[in-house]
Design a protein around this ligand. Structure first.
Ligand code: C5P
Length: 304
């Protein structure tokens, strides 16, 4: 029986994010496209010790461009990994358990890249493995949805449509491989602040429908020309540097660029891998985090 496990939890971007309206429960009704990208946190699970313990491990810079650290993350109960572990113990194991979780953090915090949600979903998967709990995927999805609206996506990964508050996932035709440049200003943005800024543009869901046919065509320039995010004006208003980053990426040769999720990270789609490195170089400075990567066709993976 497996008593240790190593998982990698990817980040995401959203090529389409449409806010359809406000709901009675305080959330917003969304239609959005999730795309997993090749930037990962790593989570190691080892049974034993006393109670649930979380260690956050300093991680070396994964690329020449990402000099800035991901941000300061507390290893206490405010951490989504701890929340996920407590939820798993309560709802699946129905009791206490002893486990050490080591989190190697590379995805920047408060970035719009879904790092916390991906870690939370990976925690559910990892604990399910090391406790041999055999909770089915639907149970893990339902628990993930309680931890964050975009957490269920990471259990599926690749390219997927999200509806509801983003937690109802339908896999889509995989996007063609796309070289990406991710740029995040030094500061982060709070998701609730972006939604509540009064600057979100409401839309009809038509852009997501059109995007699905573009995915089937696998036409990179058309895909890059159709990016849309209802929350982008809100991110621009709260942090003007975000708009400057988007313009910078376009000037440097990106085929398209957009704020990811509630921001402030902007992703640019590059025409090729070498072009992505060229686009990234002038974006550095002012404490920014710059990362060159590409789309991936997977979600959370067990790697050890
Ligand atoms: O679900 P999650 O905890 O990630 O959401 C964080 C916050 O983002 C919510 O409390 C809410 O303010 C906002 N949100 C929203 N509509 C969504 C998703 C998130 O208003 N569909």
């Amino acid at each position: 029986m497996k008593t240790t496990a190593l998982l990698r939890a990817p980040a995401k971007v959203n090529p389409i994010l449409e806010v359809l309206g406000k709901r009675d429960d305080g959330y917003h009704e969304l239609v959005l496209v999730f795309q997993a990208v090749g930037l990962y946190d790593e989570l190691e699970f080892a049974r034993g010790g006393e109670g649930v313990r979380l260690e956050i491990v300093e991680s070396p810079s994964p690329s020449a461009f990402s000099q800035a650290p991901p941000g300061k993350l507390a290893a206490d109960d405010s951490n989504l990994v701890m929340k996920a572990a407590r939820l798993f113990l309560k709802e699946v194991l129905k009791g206490e358990a002893d486990v050490l979780i080591r989190l190697k953090k590379r995805i920047p915090l408060a970035a719009g890249l879904g790092g916390g949600s991906s870690d939370a979903a990976a925690t559910l998967m990892g604990l399910n493995l090391v406790f041999n709990a055999l909770a089915p995927p639907q149970t893990l999805e339902a628990l993930a949805a309680r931890l964050g609206s975009d957490a269920p996506f990471f259990l599926t990964g690749g390219t997927a449509l999200g509806t509801g508050r983003g937690e109802v996932i339908t896999p889509l035709e995989p996007a063609p491989p796309m070289p990406l440049v991710l740029v995040k200003p030094a500061a982060g943005l709070s998701t609730p602040a972006v939604y509540q800024s009064g600057k979100a543009l409401f839309s009809s869901g038509e852009r997501a429908r059109n995007f699905r046919s573009l995915l089937r065509e696998k036409n990179l320039p058309k895909i890059a020309g159709s990016l849309f995010n209802s929350l982008q004006p809100a991110a621009f208003a709260l942090m003007p540097e975000v708009e400057a980053i988007k313009q910078g990426l376009m000037r440097a040769g990106a085929l398209g660029a957009l704020v990811s999720g509630s921001g402030p990270t902007v992703f640019g789609i590059a025409p090729g891998k070498a072009a992505a490195e060229k686009i990234a170089a002038p974006m550095e400075g002012e404490g920014r985090w710059v990362f060159v990567t590409s789309t991936i066709g997977t979600g959370i993976e067990v790697i050890g």
